[in-house]
Write a protein that binds this ligand. Structure first.
Ligand code: NOJ
Length: 745
């Protein structure tokens, strides 16, 4: 590190007024070419096919660089920006740090299953610390897309199907990444993505068009994004797809009317990768120049990786299509955030810091605790779990049992070397004296390979032949036969959920179910541990396997956390943040549908399908424990309130079993009639509580205009109506503890 490369330390940074003045002074002196460069984010990846970063930075600086994960290189490029570019403006280095940098936490869907925003905040704070120590300033997260279609691969990156839970997780993650103050050198700038509606892709097919009426957008898809704005998120990313036939990357209504004018967002918006250039392919822009013009006019500040801004914006100002004022307005928030982060004073990273930061034992401890809290017990017939630690002869079976990739899941930073504890390793560490045999069974793989596989430089294993798969199958059954207890670890590989990872079926891929049936037929006790990033239609297992633990993609400490739960050191308390449908053909399936003229719980209920029930395999909010709980004594502070007033809802939750455990008390409402039909149930409050055996706690929620109002199609605005409401509290979305509330004029 040379003299100019001073480490980022907690020193005083300029005031807001100093920063604003600095930004205006810069804007007054920068050339048009320099300004345009601030609106560009270019690739720093080794496979980069775009412009040469060094050349551009030297000539006119650059707004941001992405897809680079190399601390030394960050300093080299920053040095060129600071010392050689005309205005010496620091570069923002950006990377997808989704669920950890080196210490990997459960994927966001799993974190939502904790129903514990504090643990989500802590996880992203650790991710921020590690990423920032590596020299990364800006992460492309949190991903806030509501997803109600389990076929959509990116369901794993968000908080699931519910706007209320999604909003709580959104705000928590923003706080975790950014902290209280953007000048904090242990935090990173967050990015709320993908604005908006991406999760509702037609048929769950990634990137396909989205048709969402305003009522769905405002009541369901927007709340997590608005929560992120309220939590102070610095940046937004626009989505790829067409929203109601207008590409989100150049959607003026989204980017200007809603985001800035209604919500008062003052940060900047980046496109999704290549999104500006893609407007031509999408049939929206005539050519790349037209694409740049449309996006900038729509309010998109930064072009991620397509270079359409770099190539065209200056020309568009010169020919009068854009004014310098319009360019300045787009550049201003980018410079402001760089200033607020203290990058002008501290542009470099201490190249020795990362090793010290990632070695902190508390990071691994936090990852283990997060994984424990995220896991959901789906079935436990006859109290098979927890297992006795005296178990001596165990078979651990399945293609994911010793897979570090499946344990950590998708979305690793470039160059990540897994240090994950697999389930097999976790069990071995828990029972050092026991005989633990292992057989993977047949491998699983995607039918159509992942396109990102080409960026992965590691040598690819050839796909197992059917003969080898059969031999592996037989070995697995034999291994199970020799044991007293079988733990099967099944699910999906890391590349089966995430971007480019949608699927039509939700069944266990490959021969896993066949193996599960063959092993179950041996008559031994079988525990199924699922590693996966989306709901799976495990119908057979749900009826025949006595114990099922949904472990998701649990991260670096995942295997230890699974062992902690299986052997009773931790009592599971997670709850599903998504409905589990019985079939991929049932998607999208979610709890908050409206009633229809023939509600499913009416006496005349017939399944909407003739070949299977339409009820979920597991409902939203569901999850068991090693103890039992009762939720009762539901009380309202008033049975009748006026529009605009709030009511306090209380209920008692008691641990009626014999061990300590966690219950997530959930509050649901239903407005019985009004201007629009309202969902049969909507989550409007939750609290995860820990209770000792016999202990009782009273939980309390408030229902006011924010919870009782909604955006109405008929009124064309937010309204709150005088109407009767059903209120339920309970342990999942089928809660039965009921009270009535009357809202009057
Ligand atoms: C495309 C993805 O949609 C987005 O989520 C990600 O942040 C960018 N690529 C950058 O890697």
């Amino acid at each position: 590190m040379n003299k100019t490369m001073k480490a980022e330390t907690a020193v005083s940074v300029p005031t807001k007024t100093d920063n604003a003045r600095r930004v205006e002074t810069l804007l007054a002196h920068m050339s048009l070419e320099e300004k345009v460069a601030q609106l560009a984010q270019i690739s720093g990846a080794p496979w980069n096919e775009g412009p040469d970063p060094e050349e551009i930075i030297r000539e006119r600086g650059i707004g941001s660089i992405l897809w680079l994960n190399d601390t030394k290189r960050f300093n080299e490029l920053q040095k060129i920006a600071i010392e050689e570019s005309p205005s010496g403006i620091p570069i923002l280095f950006a990377l997808d740090v989704i669920h950890g940098y080196r210490t990997i936490f459960p994927l966001p869907l799993a974190m939502a299953a904790s129903w514990d925003p504090v643990v989500a905040e802590q996880a992203q704070a650790v991710a921020a610390k590690e990423a920032r120590a590596a020299g990364i300033h800006w992460t492309f997260g949190p991903m806030l897309d509501i997803a109600r279609d389990a076929r959509w691969g990116r369901i794993v990156e968000g908080a699931g199907e519910d706007p209320y839970l999604g909003a709580a997780m959104a705000a928590a993650q923003v706080r975790g990444f950014q902290g209280e103050d953007l000048a904090d050198p242990e935090r990173v700038l967050a990015c709320a993505k993908h604005f908006a509606g991406y999760g509702a892709a037609d048929g769950g097919r990634d990137y396909d068009p989205v048709y969402l009426p305003e009522t769905e957008l405002r009541n369901v898809y927007f709340p997590p994004f608005q929560a992120a704005v309220k939590a102070g998120v610095g940046t937004f990313m626009s989505a790829y797809m067409d929203l109601n036939n207008v590409p989100a990357n150049s959607n003026r209504w989204l980017l200007r009317d809603v985001l800035r004018e209604e919500w008062g967002f003052a940060g900047f918006v980046v496109s999704d990768a290549f999104g500006v250039g893609s407007l031509v392919v999408q049939g929206h822009a005539r050519d790349r120049q037209d694409a740049a013009l449309r996006s900038l006019k729509a309010g998109l500040n930064m072009d991620m990786a397509s270079s359409a801004y770099l190539e065209n914006l200056a020309g568009l100002v010169e020919d009068g299509s854009l004014t310098m004022g319009e360019i300045d307005d787009m550049v201003r928030p980018i410079l402001a955030l760089k200033a607020e982060m203290g990058l002008f004073e501290h542009p470099y990273v201490d190249e020795t810091l990362l090793d010290r930061v990632v070695a902190r034992p508390e990071h691994r401890q936090a990852a283990r605790r997060a994984a424990q809290r995220a896991m959901v017990l789906l079935r436990n017939e006859g109290g098979l779990l927890p297992l006795a630690k005296g178990q001596q002869n165990i078979a651990v079976i399945g293609p994911l049992a010793d897979s570090m990739e499946a344990t950590e899941g998708s979305w690793m930073v470039f160059g990540h070397k897994s240090a994950a504890v697999t389930v097999l390793q976790g069990i071995r560490a828990k029972l050092p004296g026991a005989t633990i045999a292992y057989a993977p069974g047949p491998e699983i793989h995607r039918d159509i390979p992942h396109p990102f596989g080409e960026f992965d430089m590691t040598e690819k294993k050839p796909i197992q032949t059917p003969e080898d798969a059969e031999a592996a199958f037989q070995t697995a059954v034999k291994t199970a036969q020799n044991a007293d207890l079988v733990i099967m670890v099944l699910g999906e590989n890391a590349d089966m959920a995430g971007e480019f990872a949608s699927r039509g079926s939700l069944d266990l891929p490959g021969r896993q179910e066949e193996l599960l049936k063959a092993v179950s037929a041996l008559g031994k006790p079988v525990v199924l541990v699922l590693l996966n990033g989306r709901p799976l239609s495990i119908n057979w297992a749900a009826d025949h396997v006595p114990a099922i633990l949904e472990a998701w993609e649990p991260g670096t400490e995942g295997g230890n956390a699974v062992a902690d739960i299986l052997f009773g050191d931790v009592n599971p308390g997670g709850k599903l943040p998504v409905t589990f449908p019985r079939s991929g053909g049932h998607a999208p399936l979610y709890y908050a549908r409206t009633l229809t003229h023939l509600p499913e719980d009416s006496p005349r209920y017939y399944s909407r399908y003739w070949d299977s029930p339409t009820t979920p395999l597991y409902p939203f909010g569901y999850g068991l424990s090693y103890t039992t709980f009762a939720i009762d004594n539901l009380k309202l502070s008033a049975a009748k309130i006026k529009v605009g007033q709030a009511v306090t809802v209380t209920a008692d939750v008691s641990n009626t079993g014999s061990v300590a455990g966690d219950e997530v008390v959930q509050l649901y409402i239903h407005q019985k009639w009004g201007s629009d039909s309202r969902p049969r149930r909507e989550l409007k409050g939750f609290e995860r509580v820990t209770l000792q055996p016999g202990e009782v706690k009273t939980v309390s929620f408030s229902l006011g205009p924010d919870e009782l109002g909604y955006w109405s199609t008929n009124a064309g605005r937010w309204i709150q109506e005088a109407a009767p409401f059903d209120i339920w509290v309970g342990s999942d979305s089928l809660a039965t503890c009921h009270a009535a509330l009357e809202v009057v004029e």
